[in-house]
Design a protein. Sequence first.
Length: 200
Amino acid sequence: MQEREARRSNPERAEATRKALIEAARRLFVEKSYADTATPDIATAAGVTRGALYHHFDDKQALFRAVVEQEAAHVAEEIERATPATLAAKGALLKGGEAFLDAMAAPGRTRLLLLDGPAVLGRTAMDRIDGEHSARTLREGLSMAMEEGTMKKAPPDALAALLSAAFDRAALAIEAGATRQEIEAALAVVIEGLFIDRSG
């Protein structure tokens, strides 16, 4: 009986340790930067040994990648919550853009995903991570709009990559002090321009 309980609790303990490491690493990467954060600092902040850290992650970069993947997943979740299937394509893209900017306003997220992420993991790895999360939601929205015939036709992957870059730049601009209302107005013009005008 006790053995069965131990077997059940081992995965839970492992998951709790992993979660504590990711949370501690995120905090330190934002406060001190990736370069200035050492693995002993992370282990201490998480309340675990360095051996436990290396049991879950090969090195600091692997732990950083886990932090970035978690942040990217949170962004995608917020976009999906803001864009229910009942929304028309244009409304979904506009609402999705707003949700992206809301999500990126979380302290440290812009730095982790848009600055340190590409510097530490490389552009290719970050594009892959983005493609599994917020860029995926954008690509799906664009494909839906083209399929329903309300948007001008364009290669969806290329269009998603360009729009994703625009949204990333918008998040960076807001982080640097730009007026969000102005940024959102400009993005809305870009999105509106993708749709077929049927008013005439």
